[in-house]
Design a protein around this ligand. Structure first.
Ligand SMILES: [Zn+2]
Length: 558
């Protein structure tokens, strides 16, 4: 070939490979995925990937290398807790739209709270010993889930499976109906579903549970997977809370108080990598049994891994336990992804992995490093507010509930404060001047705010605000401070603040229609559901998130 022709050929080849044909469009409806998979790793901080990812070689590593990795994803709202996170991920909506503003929803009339998914019109359906009591549903969720809309809008049947170790995560990720929703009920010591989904145990789940009894892990030992040098920070660190008879250092034996499985055993098992491995096995069985992604239509599989959250609350984000749960999750996810490749086909499913919130370091560890951090004793804070109200409303108990950021006054009290601006000001001043408290908003202040200000903390409270459910006061502590139940609480940690350690989480996308790469655009996990809805060719009615077009093959002319 003459030199000129070679050059022309090279130029043409470059042009052709650089820009697809003008007809190329984002791969929506024309070719919907056969299976949508949403994986949530409860309490996974975004920086775990940055800090510990070098030691991963399996499924998490594959997401980093082959997936679209959004490194600057964060929740836009304040109440960074489990039920709010899962609700936002699967609806694509903000708490002010979907209405799940906390793990517990407080009923002002009844003067009591209930789990966000509790539904007295349903009953528990047990896979073990018989269980009594109300079941769960998403009736408190004010907008449909992605799975609900797939079921409603896609032409062919959509099979829906949602698995977790917690009732509110398994329930929320599904929606109104599903083929299987399963969680571990610690109080009943068995796997469970709700009559909202099945009037009787689902046969394939019952068979799985029988073939894989949780109790067969009794007496097993959780040791470190990686060489000692792979772990950052110290294994034995101040402020670590040790469940059961575990100590602050490895190894951890998964057993009860005696030689039989008791509630201690189930708690420790739940908080160990064994529970993550169990969920993966059950997920793979659901794929095989229901032939997920292998029939006409698009199916839906959601799994929420709870071990990291339980371990994180006890040992904190700097612990070797956290690093080991992640290293072991990396391994079991290798299996799940390989199973999806084999049964559904690498280019026939789309998968997201994210988290429902992050977590704060243990306050005592931050204080030991010379940073501000500590605990605000809940009864002290409440006492100061009640004391400030005494001159106006007389002595006595006035606050009935303080859960994370939401404080509720007893019936009628808040109305009296509204009618007396001096009383309102005194109570707000008392809360605001409590050591460790950062910001305090009254419900009226949030209700009368006209749109977003430049104040990020205030915005995070506004998008979290749902008038009939939010607290009368919203109380945000200073960074690295958290509420303590008693003056002697100096161990463990939590989340639920508008600070970035609670808000930043990873978002990975993988599979059909996804362009691999690292993306630094600030996004939110709320963008996953609208993106998957787009790939399925359907519309979510009330999503606040956006389509992550930058990570879609064929978008923006690329
Ligand atoms: Zn959580």
């Amino acid at each position: 070939m003459p030199r000129f022709a070679v050059a022309l050929f090279v130029v043409l080849a470059l042009v052709l490979s650089a820009s697809p044909s003008p007809l190329a469009a984002p791969a929506a409806a024309r070719h919907a995925p056969k299976l949508v998979v949403i994986l949530v790793v409860d309490q996974m901080r975004a920086d775990y990937v940055e800090k510990f990812g070098d030691h991963w070689t399996g499924g998490l590593r594959r997401l980093m290398d082959e997936g679209a990795w959004f490194r600057e994803a964060a929740f836009p709202y304040m109440s960074t807790v489990t039920c709010v996170g899962h609700s936002s991920i699967v609806t694509g909506a903000l708490p002010r739209s979907h209405g799940i503003i906390n793990n517990e929803l407080w009923n002002r009339e009844a003067g009591k709270g209930a789990n966000c998914v509790a539904d007295p019109d349903t009953t528990l359906v047990s896979y073990g010993s018989p269980a009594k009591g109300a079941g769960t549903s998403t009736k408190n969720l004010r907008v449909p889930t992605l799975a609900d809309e797939m079921r409603a809008q896609l032409g062919a049947a959509t099979r829906i499976v949602s698995l977790s170790m917690k009732d509110y995560t398994a329930t929320t990720m599904a929606g109104r109906r599903a083929n299987a929703v399963v969680w571990m009920s610690l109080s009943n010591k068995s796997l469970m579903t709700s009559s909202a989904y099945a009037a009787a145990p689902v046969p394939w789940v019952a068979e799985f549970v029988k073939a894989h009894p949780v109790e067969s892990d009794f007496g097993k030992t959780w040791t470190k997977l990686l060489p000692e040098s792979a772990y950052s920070y110290a294994d034995d660190a101040e402020g670590e809370l040790t469940p059961g008879d575990w100590t602050r250092v490895f190894p951890h034996v998964i057993k009860g108080k005696g030689d039989q499985p008791d509630s201690t055993f189930y708690n420790l098992w739940d908080a160990s990598p064994f529970s993550d491995a169990y969920l993966v096995q059950m997920a793979e069985t659901s794929i095989d049994t229901l032939k997920l992604g292998q029939s006409a239509g698009t199916d839906y599989l959601a799994v929420s891994f709870s071990a990291l959250d339980l371990v994180g609350h006890s040992f904190g984000p700097r612990s070797h336990e956290i690093q080991d749960v992640l290293a072991r999750l990396d391994i079991v996810l290798t299996s799940l992804l390989a199973h999806l490749d084999k049964t559904v086909g690498r280019d026939n499913y789309v998968l997201a992995l994210t988290a429902d919130h992050g977590v704060s370091p243990i306050p005592e560890q931050m204080a030991a490093l010379g940073l501000n951090g500590g605990r605000v004793v809940a009864s002290d804070l409440v006492g100061r507010i009640e004391k400030a109200l005494e001159p106006f409303l007389g002595p006595g108990k006035k606050v009935v509930r303080l859960t994370y950021t939401d404080l509720f006054f007893d019936r009628g009290i808040y109305d009296k404060m509204r009618a007396n601006p001096d009383a309102m000001r005194a109570a707000l001043d008392a809360a605001r001047s409590t050591p460790g408290v950062g910001r305090v908003f009254s419900a009226d202040e949030l209700a009368s705010a006209h749109g977003m200000s430049g104040d990020d903390i205030e915005n995070s409270a506004l998008v979290n605000f749902y008038p009939s459910r939010s607290g009368d006061f919203v109380i945000i502590l200073q960074p690295y401070y958290q509420l303590a139940l008693g003056p002697n609480t100096r161990t463990g940690t939590t989340h639920g603040s508008p600070y970035w350690y609670d808000r930043r989480v990873p978002v990975f996308l993988l599979g059909q229609g996804i362009r691999k790469g690292q993306y630094l655009t600030p996004i939110a996990p709320l963008d996953i559901a609208p993106t998957f809805a787009f790939l399925c060719g359907i519309t979510l009615p009330a999503a606040d998130g956006r389509i992550l077009n930058e990570a879609l093959v064929g978008s923006n002319g690329r």
